[in-house]
Every structure is written in structure tokens, then in C-alpha cells.
Design a protein around this ligand. Structure first.
Ligand SMILES: *Cc1c(COP(=O)(O)O)cnc(C)c1O
Length: 227
């Protein structure tokens, strides 16, 4: 067994355990493998060990791997900031983008998504803890942005994503994630049909699952520490 295969088994067991603790069904939580800085050969190994969905932060690096691994039919998520001058690459190459935080970028993606492809699957990044990490829409502005993005034809709004600052303990992490969960529930109560709450990484996936995460983004625990 490869190290990556063993690591994947450990991460899947952590997810299973957290779901049991939280009284949730394991099928409710998807594992996204964060492959930034990871070589294509290792991504292929993870795929052989059963992993289907991968995420990249740096758009150029992601596009190169998407091309190199196109024969495998993987699902690719963009989880890094999208500057205007990179939006076309995202629209043309990725299946999902989780970092939309302003309408201007959503409109560019809408115009640039090739019509022969399925709609680009979108999560809005929300700044739940007001952290110094300036990306993410502020919670007060989220309902308007969600309403606007949900109207775009070549984008499909799937949910929310957040990257809170590291918390000191489980309970602190859970309570920040719970804010994202509340925003998600409010949007659905307001008539949207969102199914994805992307939160939780190597260090805090259990707290995120307790708070209702449906997609954890895990890099280090699968591929090892990044250089
Ligand atoms: C790097 C990264 C991850 C994965 O972090 P790990 O701690 O390595 O699991 C998840 N989400 C985003 C947005 C990232 O940049």
C-alpha cells in the first residue's frame, strides 16, 4: 500500500468517526483532496486509491495539472483567489470554484464559461470570523450576492465556503463553523437550494463536521506537509 493510500484511509476513518459522533450520515460529507504543490504522479496515485475530487489554490498550477491528468476524468475545484485576469482560466478548465466573493468576478465567469461545458459549480466564500484574511464576502452582504449569483445561467450556486483563522480548541472552531452553517440555513430558508457547505481542513475537520460541513478540504493529512 502506498503512503497516500494509507493516509486516505486514515482521513476517511476520521470523517466516519466525526459523522458518528455528530449523529450524521457519512454520505453527507465529501472529501476534497487539496493537491496544491503536489506532483501529478502523486495525484494519480490518490486517484488509484479511490479519490475523485481535487482542489488547487494557484490557478496556473491547477490548469497544468488538469491538462496533464485529463485522461483520468477527475473533478477539479478552484479554492484560491480569482483575480480578474485569471477568471478565464478558471471558467475554461475547472468544474467548481469555491472562492467567489464579489459579483464582478461571478459575471466574468458567467461570460467566460464555455457553453459546451456544464455550468460552473460555485460556492461563495464568506468571511465568517472577520479575520485578517481579507477574502470572503461579509455576512451582511451575503444574501444580496447569493441572490445575484443564483440568477446566472452558466454558473450553478451550490453553497458556501469558509477558511476561518485557526482556533485554539475544538469548541472555538465549532462555534465559528456554526456561523457559516447559520448563514447557509438562512439562505436556504430564503428560497435558495444550496447543498454544499465547504469547511474543515486537516486540523479542524472534526469541528467542521460537527457544525454541518458537507465538504472537507484536506491536503496535509493526505499528501504530507508541504515544502
Ligand atoms: C491548503 C488549503 C487547504 C488544505 O489545508 P491542509 O491543512 O493542508 O489540510 C484547504 N483549504 C484551502 C483554501 C487551502 O488553501
Amino acid at each position: 500500500m502506498t503512503t497516500i493510500e494509507a493516509n486516505l484511509q486514515i482521513v476517511r476513518a476520521r470523517i466516519l468517526d466525526a459523522c458518528q459522533q455528530a449523529g450524521r450520515r457519512p454520505e453527507e460529507v465529501r472529501l476534497l483532496a487539496v493537491s496544491k504543490t503536489v506532483a501529478p504522479e502523486l495525484i494519480a496515485l490518490a486517484h488509484r486509491a479511490g479519490q475523485q475530487a481535487f482542489a488547487e489554490n494557484y490557478i496556473q498550477e491547477g490548469v497544468e495539472k488538469i491538462s496533464a491528468l485529463s485522461a483520468l476524468g477527475l473533478e477539479w475545484h478552484c479554492i484560491g483567489p480569482v483575480q480578474s485576469n485569471k477568471s478565464r482560466l478558471v471558467a475554461e478548465h475547472f468544474d467548481w470554484v469555491q472562492t467567489v466573493d464579489r459579483f464582478k468576478i461571478a459575471q466574468r465567469l458567467e461570460q467566460q464559461r464555455p457553453t459546451h461545458l456544464p455550468p460552473l459549480q460555485v460556492c461563495l466564500q464568506v468571511n465568517v470570523d472577520g479575520g485578517p484574511n481579507k477574502s470572503g464576502v461579509r455576512p451582511e452582504q451575503l444574501p444580496e450576492l447569493a441572490a445575484q449569483v443564483s440568477q446566472l445561467k452558466h454558473l450553478r450556486l451550490r453553497g458556501l465556503m469558509c477558511i476561518p483563522e485557526p482556533a485554539p480548541d475544538f469548541e472555538a472552531a465549532r462555534s465559528v463553523f456554526a456561523k457559516a452553517r447559520d448563514l447557509f440555513d438562512q439562505l436556504n430558508a430564503g428560497g435558495l437550494q444550496l447543498d454544499t457547505l465547504s469547511m474543515g481542513m486537516t486540523a479542524d475537520l472534526e469541528a467542521a463536521i460537527h457544525a454541518g460541513s458537507t465538504m472537507v478540504r484536506v491536503g496535509t493529512a493526505i499528501f504530507g506537509a508541504r515544502a
